[in-house]
Ligand binder design. Structure first.
Ligand code: NAD
Length: 416
């Protein structure tokens, strides 16, 4: 089984378990299990050296019962229809658990963006946008950045779509540059959301945030912002890492200084005021909150019983395997699941879309106050459901999400 097939099967299992707990009928389950539309497009693209390369692009629209489809566009050599399908389904549940009026989608192109020039990436992005322009739109499907795509990519998508439709349409994508209608606070939204749910978890666990020991795996966009906000809240960031390794300081790291060091040297390792450790050692450190913010499948049955954190807050998508989840639940470790913990990004994307459609501009304070309210409410919904059904927070988040989507699908009925 490839890792993408495995990932899709994990996502399906999570759904099936929630559907079973909720007593959802076979018929309705069958509807929710399948994407409403899966599109594969062929993208011939001229490279800088004159050669013509044909790339494959995907857009999977899982469910739109609660609103327009929403989800990122990923550029990665190993992307497959199965991976995009799993990610689209997760987006449906993520938007539902946050109670924002979107369905779920995901897209991507199988390509190696690290080996391509900006001009090649622009041409490929515009080709892809043309190819899917009839199935995206501000009230239909709203893409956003994901792995190896960014605000610039969204600017090209927006411009191409606007040219095709012959009208400026900023609301067709989120995560745009601020100069084109992007929202204040979008860049750091995922990290801020992670910090807010960590604070809420600390209240439940009766472990005050003051001096709480935090370990962050992955010091990119999500990991750095999570560490920064948690440091502002009084926590001690005792270890961080990137793909080259990790660093540890019992007294705590100054995250802005670590970022400067990473910018200067290309990695967090060899930071003078800390000791180097491996990524495996980092995951097993004694701490209050462990925040995986790098890749999938980091906490597995191999290391789950050695995780010493009081709680795991999943900034990354899918960092814990189902087997590891079971081990952590049995030993009483709270796992704040990805679809809740990292939903700050899509929530501020929703705020960006609202600003574009209403031709308004929110201040950073407005964005942060609204994000705070949404994260706290969703955290409480999930914890209430965990208590009601006697399940883990991950199962509870899925139960909240699947229930909301199932109710919407049932209320719509079937037409024609
Ligand atoms: P990023 O590329 O900015 O950062 C990833 C970080 O992980 C980098 O520091 C990289 O060096 C590190 N890393 C890579 N391999 C590693 C390894 N084996 N061990 C330790 N560190 C490793 O990516 P990002 O946007 O921060 O995304 C990280 C995770 O968070 C992904 O799972 C992503 O899907 C998820 N996420 C991000 C956002 C967002 O808004 N950025 C939103 C939701 C979910």
């Amino acid at each position: 089984m490839t890792s993408n097939t495995l990932f899709l099967s994990y996502v399906m299992r999570q759904f099936e378990s929630a559907a079973q707990t909720l007593g959802i009928s076979q018929d309705l389950s069958e509807v929710l299990r399948r994407p409403e539309r899966s599109v594969i497009v062929s993208l011939p693209c001229r490279m800088d050296n004159g050669e013509l390369k044909v790339f494959t692009g995907y857009r999977v629209q899982h469910n739109s019962a609660r609103g327009p489809y929403k989800g990122g566009i990923r550029y990665h050599p190993n992307i497959t229809l199965e991976e995009v399908t799993a990610l689209a389904m997760l987006m449906t549940w993520k938007c539902a658990v946050m109670d924002i009026p979107f369905g779920g989608a995901k897209g991507g192109i199988a390509c190696d963006p690290k080996g391509m020039s900006q001009a090649e990436l622009e041409r490929l992005t515009r080709k892809y946008t043309m190819a899917i322009s009839s199935i995206i739109g501000p009230y239909l499907d709203i893409p956003a950045p994901d792995v190896y795509t960014d605000a610039q990519t969204m600017a090209w998508v927006m411009d191409t779509y606007s040219k095709v439709k012959n009208e400026p349409t900023p609301a067709v994508v989120t995560g745009k540059p601020i100069s084109l209608g992007g929202s204040e606070g979008r860049n750091e939204a995922t990290g801020m959301g992670v910090a807010i749910v960590t604070r809420e978890a600390s209240k439940r666990l009766k472990r005050p945030l003051k001096d709480a020991r935090i370990v962050v795996q992955g010091f990119g966009n999500a990991g750095y912002a999570s560490a920064w906000f948690l440091q502002q809240m009084g926590c001690r960031i005792i270890a961080v890492s990137d793909s080259k390794g990790g660093i540890y300081s019992k007294e705590g790291l100054e995250v802005e200084k670590v970022l400067e060091h990473k910018r200067r040297t290309g990695s967090v390792i060899n930071y003078e005021k800390a000791e180097n450790i491996t990524n495996d050692e980092l995951l097993e450190l004694e701490c209050d909150f462990l925040i995986p913010a790098a890749l999938e499948n980091q906490i597995t049955e191999r290391n789950a019983d050695r995780i010493k954190a009081l709680a795991v807050v999943e900034a990354a998508n899918g960092p814990t395997t189902p087997e590891a989840d079971r081990v952590l639940f049995e030993k009483g470790t709270l796992v704040v699941p990805d679809i809740l913990a990292n939903a700050g990004g899509v929530t501020v994307s929703y705020f960006e879309w609202v600003q574009n459609l209403t031709r308004t501009k929110w201040s950073i304070e407005d964005v942060r106050t609204n994000l705070e309210g949404k994260m706290v409410r969703s955290f409480e919904d999930v914890m209430r459901s965990a208590e009601e059904y006697g399940v883990s927070a991950r199962q509870a988040a899925m139960i909240v999400a699947v229930k909301r989507v199932a109710e919407a699908v049932e209320a719509l009925g079937s037409w024609p």
